[in-house]
Ligand binder design. Sequence first.
Ligand SMILES: Nc1ncnc2c1ncn2[C@@H]1O[C@H](COP(=O)(O)OP(=O)(O)OP(=O)(O)O)[C@@H](O)[C@H]1O
Length: 239
Amino acid sequence: MSFLELKSLTKNFGGLCAVDGFSLDIAKGSVNALVGPNGCGKSTLFNLITGTIRPDSGEVLFAGVNITGRPPHEIARLGIGRKFQVPAIFDELTVRENLIVASRKQNDRTAQADILAQIHLEDQADTLAGELAHGQKQWLEIGLLLAQAPALILLDEPTAGMTAPETRATAELIHRINRDRGLTVLVIEHDMGFIEHLACPVHVMSKGKILKSGNFSEIRNDADVKALYFGTAEETVDA
Ligand SMILES: Nc1ncnc2c1ncn2[C@@H]1O[C@H](COP(=O)(O)OP(=O)(O)OP(=O)(O)O)[C@@H](O)[C@H]1O
């Protein structure tokens, strides 16, 4: 059954069509990746899902409920969490305090301990968030999302600026929270190595709509996708 249903979403900014009749069905409990060149409309699509901006036309259905045009706080309360590229954490609080502040149930220490284990920051619980390594800050922000008990999370370039081991660990983290919490995940990414580790359905966006959907190797070897990135079908997508 479709958990998130995007139906012919369209958003224009003046004369620019950023999202152009975009449709996609995301199944409950699945992980999906959205890739595409700079400016193809990925972040605008996330803004349409989370209510930051309203579509000119089209609909967003979440768990069967039409949430199109609802305000962001209402959509968040319904269970959609979003992580932006730059981590929004409290640097001057410890990792544990960050989680407590973000938690729906602030006294539920068991839930917070579970999250600490899942984001691999058990040993840093009493470290100031500002002192964490870059990758750990990104994981803490995913932890802050988990503390709000969402059913769907949208991650915008979660591995930006990460080392290769951090990137691999992030793919494992996403698998873990998907498996252990039954969370549905939609990820925007540029890093094809990360997408390969995720081993999930990949949707390629171009000029506001889906160009191709498939598994990693189908996308990597697709002539239209190669042409989109390189203007030629001769090379391999590994940017
Ligand atoms: N608020 C806005 N006002 C005007 N134009 C906008 C606005 N937001 C986005 N755009 C334009 O819409 C197009 C799509 O932008 P968007 O940020 O969604 O792309 P993207 O695929 O997320 O890009 P990137 O990978 O670089 O983050 C771009 O041409 C962008 O300049």
